[in-house]
Design a protein around this ligand. Structure first.
Ligand code: IMP
Length: 186
């Protein structure tokens, strides 16, 4: 069984729900691991894996995600967790005050260790930054992110609705493609 190593219950629920829908059950391993500051999400998960490889038995999955805001040249991107702790969603809204372009991309990179080997999967979701925080669902920057094709923020959606669009759900698609390759459709 794959263990999803994360202290973020929201991430776990989203991925658990998607995978269960395809007949794959994962476990939650609620522990942290070192997350370096680096210029790409992939470098962050690859470093985390070097530590977890010695500390976790069996197959595991980790997720690093970031919000890349066009008008801020991709900031906070790989620094999203730090920016969230320091300035939060309100801080991002302040940085965008008066900005005409509010486009942004949410991105997730997964690292899966399976049978001792590492595999990376990516997913992204294009959207815009709302004018103000809206909604009570989800976590992190969800109250300020509106995915393309929607008028609501992620925080105004149910978990299943967020999973129709989200970067993490797209990364699950890539993961599923790998896990089910050669197996009949569930
Ligand atoms: P990390 O992947 O845990 O490093 O997340 C970076 C930052 O982005 C954290 O502050 C998270 O709360 C936030 N974040 C990660 N994924 C999402 C998401 O799906 N929606 C909103 N915020 C997210």
């Amino acid at each position: 069984m794959i263990q999803f190593v994360t202290t973020n219950e929201g991430k776990f629920k989203e991925v658990f729900d998607r995978l269960l829908g395809r007949g794959i059950r994962i476990e939650h391993l609620d522990r942290s691991y070192p997350e370096i500051q680096a210029d790409s999400l992939e470098k962050i998960v690859r470093f985390g894996a070097t530590v977890l490889d010695d500390e976790v038995r069996g197959d595991y999955l980790i997720d690093d995600s970031g919000l890349f805001v066009d008008a801020l040249n991709g900031f906070p991107g790989p620094y999203s967790a730090y920016a969230y702790k320091r300035i939060g969603s309100k801080g991002i809204l302040r940085l965008l005050e008066g900005a005409r372009v509010r486009a942004a991309t949410f991105e997730t990179v997964f690292l899966l260790r399976k049978g001792g080997e590492h595999h990376a999967f990516r997913g992204e979701c294009r959207g815009t930054i709302a004018d103000a925080e809206r909604g009570k669902g989800g976590f992190g920057y969800d109250p300020i992110f509106i995915p393309e094709g929607e008028a609501r923020t992620f925080a105004e959606m149910s978990l299943k609705e967020k999973n129709l669009y989200s970067h993490r759900s797209r990364a699950v698609d890539a993961l599923l493609e790998f896990l089910t390759r050669g197996r009949p459709e569930a």
